[in-house]
Ligand binder design. Structure first.
Ligand SMILES: *Cc1c(COP(=O)(O)O)cnc(C)c1O
Length: 437
């Protein structure tokens, strides 16, 4: 096996007689084959033959190749960040372990802790509010717009107090929030805006990509999102010019190699926060994660286009029954990512509510995704001493839409006949409900 290059970001030793490579184990042909067999699974004679051929080739390759210089935070991570910046129109985007780790940097920038309030939409995923809950800050649940399920700017404004430091709108399903209103209100109250765009990579709002609008935006590259970096990953962007140079340092303890302390190769500094400096933690990503993301990034527009076409098909089919309230398709100003298809029904017209429809869909073998609901219903909210009934009473739209009106449908990588079956099954089920069946 060829020699690993004696270089690391902390130990740039150049040509040495005793190489740096001695500190870690390299990957070999067996390791790589395990990954190939994991990513490309199968069985049967044809599969076994193909795998045996690949194994032979990989073994040959291993004899004439060298291992990579680094596995964590190196040129591939930098390259995928450049690609992201070019795509989003940002600078300084930072590839982190996952979207939640991106949130954490933004929350720490604002020094969120006991006594502070963070406003989040009531309907989202637990990740949105985990950090403020973990550090003893108060999470304030904002009601949602019943049509989009996104944070309702009017309720946001009502729920602001002198202790409100942040608001975290979510572009649920990849459909954009009312960004003009949210940013206007937040600015007037000196509230930092973190966009939970876990579903929104590539979405456009009035000619600008998400990632360029809020103070911070975090995207998820978890395996269930539109694109992934081998199962986990996140991108954080900021619009705060003074903080942008620190973003990548916040991913690795605030280290700097431009400054060295005595007998060390680097220094570690506090990172500048909005109110006070803070200690940064570690949310480093690997070169493999970066490679996993690169090709997917170059396909993202095609992925969104396929999703948009499927969403358009369903929305057009549902026009024949006015009890069905279909996914909004966007327009010149709003270009969603169609991460999920939001299906709503009007219980007054449908002769039943979404729970009735969900039961019928289950019988017909149509998957739905009841994954995003009122977070204040989780046990931990009550366990932390929140008054759940009072919160529910302050979020009437949330209660109505979650229990009575909406679910999400998958819309990607479906065959035409699967899409048609899904549309038929939903139309048929709603007709049955209307007929009292
Ligand atoms: C997936 C998801 C997250 C968290 O993303 P991770 O990359 O898994 O940390 C946050 N918010 C919403 C709405 C999500 O769906």
């Amino acid at each position: 096996m060829a020699k690993k290059k004696a270089s690391d970001f902390r130990y740039n030793t150049g040509e040495t007689r005793v190489p740096w490579a001695a500190v870690g184990e390299n990957y070999n042909a067996d390791d790589l084959m395990s990954v190939v067999e994991f990513l490309m699974q199968g069985s049967g004679a044809a599969y076994d033959k193909a795998i045996a051929e690949v194994r032979e080739k990989v073994n040959a390759l291993s004899k004439v190749s060298a291992p990579p210089m680094k596995l964590s935070l190196d040129t591939k991570v930098a390259q995928v960040e450049e690609q992201t910046d070019a795509y989003l129109g940002t600078t300084g985007s930072t590839f982190v372990t996952n979207c939640t780790a991106g949130f954490e940097i933004a929350y720490r920038y604002c020094g969120i802790g006991p006594g502070d309030e963070v406003i989040i939409p009531a309907i989202t995923f637990i990740a949105t509010m985990a950090y403020p809950l973990a550090v003893g800050a108060k999470v304030v649940f904002c009601d949602v717009d019943p049509r989009t399920l996104n944070l309702d700017p009017k309720d946001f404004e009502r729920k602001i107090t002198p202790r409100t430091k942040m608001v975290v709108p979510v572009d649920i399903g990849g459909y954009q929030c009312d960004w003009d209103e949210i940013m206007r209100i937040a600015k007037a109250h000196n509230i930092t805006v973190l966009d939970d765009a876990a579903h929104g990579f590539g979405a456009e709002y009035k000619g600008k990509k998400l990632g360029t609008i809020a103070d911070f935006t975090a995207f998820s590259m978890h395996e269930v999102k539109n694109i992934t970096s081998f199962g986990e990953g996140g991108i954080l962007t900021t619009n705060i010019d003074s903080f942008r140079p620190y973003m990548k340092r916040c991913r690795f303890f605030g280290t700097t190699f431009e400054k060295r302390i005595k007998n060390w190769l680097y220094d570690v500094e506090l990172m500048p926060g909005k109110y006070e400096p803070f200690v940064a933690l570690n949310s480093s990503t690997t070169e493999i994660q970066a490679i996993g993301l690169m090709n997917q990034l170059s396909r993202v527009d095609a992925i969104i286009a396929e999703r948009a076409a499927n969403a358009k098909y369903l929305t057009e089919r549902f026009a024949e029954n006015d009890a069905i309230i279909p996914q909004l398709l966007g327009d010149d100003e709003i270009k969603p990512t169609f991460h999920l298809y939001q299906l709503q029904i009007d219980p007054a017209k449908a002769g039943g509510d979404i729970q009735d429809l969900k039961k019928k869909l289950e019988v017909k073998g149509v998957t739905n995704i009841p994954h995003f609901g009122p977070l204040y219903r989780f046990s931990l909210i009550q366990q932390l001493g929140y008054d759940v009934d009072a919160i529910a009473a302050s979020c009437p739209n949330t209660e109505e839409v979650f229990y009575k009106r909406f679910t999400h449908l998958p819309i990607y990588d479906l065959k035409r006949e699967q899409l048609e079956y899904m549309a038929d099954a939903i139309l048929e089920s709603v007709s049955e409900m209307q007929a009292g069946k």
